[in-house]
Design a protein around this ligand. Structure first.
Ligand code: NAD
Length: 231
């Protein structure tokens, strides 16, 4: 059974990382367009560097750990092996820490920097800013967070669409259906592969009508149960 799972910020909410769109449309107190767009970065790079440095420091706090939903998906992968693919919109590394290996972080990774001079993607656990030198090429002024912002092309799209076109089961977990192309993956899986489709979320997403089945509740409760059911 070939399975593709897409996750969003909701799967990490119970680990203590805030989602994008609470009731106020802010991410950790910031307007999304200020901290997650190339324009925002051009206007005020210091705020953007500081924002991602803060997120990275928060992610590395000892109390932030993978939860039962992350672990359940790692268990599903253990059973399915190469027939499983996890695509995440999250920039945290909680899937990786839960043991997921076949994992494509389509919106980048908080614990990496990107150098526009040498195109390196160095691992990064501390702070960095405009003045920081790239450890690979030694140039400063070229590092930015390795995060895909609004208006930029998500990563791994070819691999993702290939897997969607061949899957028998597609599930979207903890995602609001606001952000494309991810919100359209369900249509590709159904149309091109005839996949069974599941939405698992706290509440109905914007695109819930596109799914055959919806299960609503906290990820730590509904995801382990769904994994048991499909296995
Ligand atoms: P979103 O914030 O737009 O939506 C989160 C969804 O999760 C909502 O529909 C909400 O109802 C649901 N949810 C909240 N708590 C839940 C819980 N305990 N169990 C199950 N569902 C729950 O997130 P999104 O759709 O992933 O938006 C995409 C963008 O958010 C991505 O670009 C991503 O990079 C960014 N983001 C990532 C993180 C992270 O890495 N953890 C955090 C915030 C934002």
């Amino acid at each position: 059974m070939r399975v593709v799972v897409l996750t969003g910020a909701g799967i990490s909410a119970e680990s203590g990382i805030r989602t994008f769109r609470g009731s106020d449309g802010l991410w950790e107190g910031h307007h999304i367009e200020d901290v997650a767009s190339p324009d925002g970065f051009r206007r005020d790079p210091d705020t953007v560097y500081r924002f991602y440095n803060d997120r990275r420091r928060q992610l590395l706090q000892p109390e932030i750990q993978p939860n039962a939903a992350h672990l359940a998906l790692a268990r599903l992968e253990e059973k399915l092996g190469d027939d499983f693919l996890l695509v995440t919109q999250n920039i945290d590394d909680l899937h990786k820490r839960a043991g997921s290996l076949r994992l494509l972080p389509m919106h980048g990774e908080l614990r990496r920097a990107r150098c526009s001079a040498c195109l390196g993607l160095p691992d990064w656990d501390g702070d960095f800013d405009e003045k920081t030198k790239c450890p690979a090429c030694g140039k400063s002024g070229h590092l930015r967070p390795h995060v895909v912002w609004f208006g930029e092309m998500p990563l791994y799209m070819e691999d993702i669409y290939t897997a969607l076109a061949q899957c028998e089961v597609f599930a979207a977990i903890g995602t609001s259906g606001n952000v494309y192309p991810a919100a359209g993956f369900v249509d590709v899986a159904r149309r091109q592969a005839g996949a069974r489709s599941f939405e698992l979320n706290l509440e109905k997403s914007l695109v819930h009508n596109a799914f055959e089945e919806g299960r609503y509740g906290k990820a730590t409760e509904i995801v382990p149960k769904w994994v048991d059911d499909i296995l």
